[in-house]
Design a protein around this ligand. Sequence first.
Ligand SMILES: CC(C)(COP(=O)(O)OP(=O)(O)OC[C@H]1O[C@@H](n2cnc3c(N)ncnc32)[C@H](O)[C@@H]1OP(=O)(O)O)[C@@H](O)C(=O)NCCC(=O)NCCS
Length: 164
Amino acid sequence: MTRMGSLPIVNVDRLRSDDWAGLMGVSALEREAFPDDAQTAPNIALMARAGEVWVARHPDDGIVGEAIVIGRAGEARAFLFSLAVTRSWRRRGVGFMLMHAIIESLAARGVKSLELTVDPENQPALGLYLSKLGCENVEFLADHFGPGRHRQLLRKNLGSRETE
Ligand SMILES: CC(C)(COP(=O)(O)OP(=O)(O)OC[C@H]1O[C@@H](n2cnc3c(N)ncnc32)[C@H](O)[C@@H]1OP(=O)(O)O)[C@@H](O)C(=O)NCCC(=O)NCCS
């Protein structure tokens, strides 16, 4: 569990694959953030088993942020499959809090790098990954999500823990 000084009542933790209310909360957030590509609750249950689903919870507002990571302890590389913060909670440090917890946890378990792709025009996400978390640009993936839907591949080296 992670608590940050600026957000004492938002807790970040891993979601269990049998936490059905939590799975529904994550899928609702997926639908809000990614209307065309949202993960369903059953898919999220599988990801919680095959990988890791992280949630930021508020006592009154419920799940206000979620992140899905593929990759496990002992593997060299993990992949960030999804990251979203509910609209009313954006720009309050929740995205950073989730990523910080994930990076610390993976690094502590010996994972060497975390990779992810992002829409090259997604300024909030690019700000978080590049400026705040120190990710490096790896490769431009033209049409990766279909014609005209380009992605930028980024990597965070987990050897250096420059997440603040
Ligand atoms: C991207 C996202 C997860 C960021 O979450 P957040 O909780 O709002 O981010 P934080 O408050 O932790 O901000 C961390 C840093 O990200 C950057 N950032 C966040 N929102 C930003 C914005 N609207 N414009 C520019 N930079 C922004 C800033 O560098 C910020 O640091 P600062 O506040 O010290 O300037 C959120 O905007 C979101 O859910 N977007 C929709 C889904 C999405 O695009 N997910 C990413 C898929 S790759």
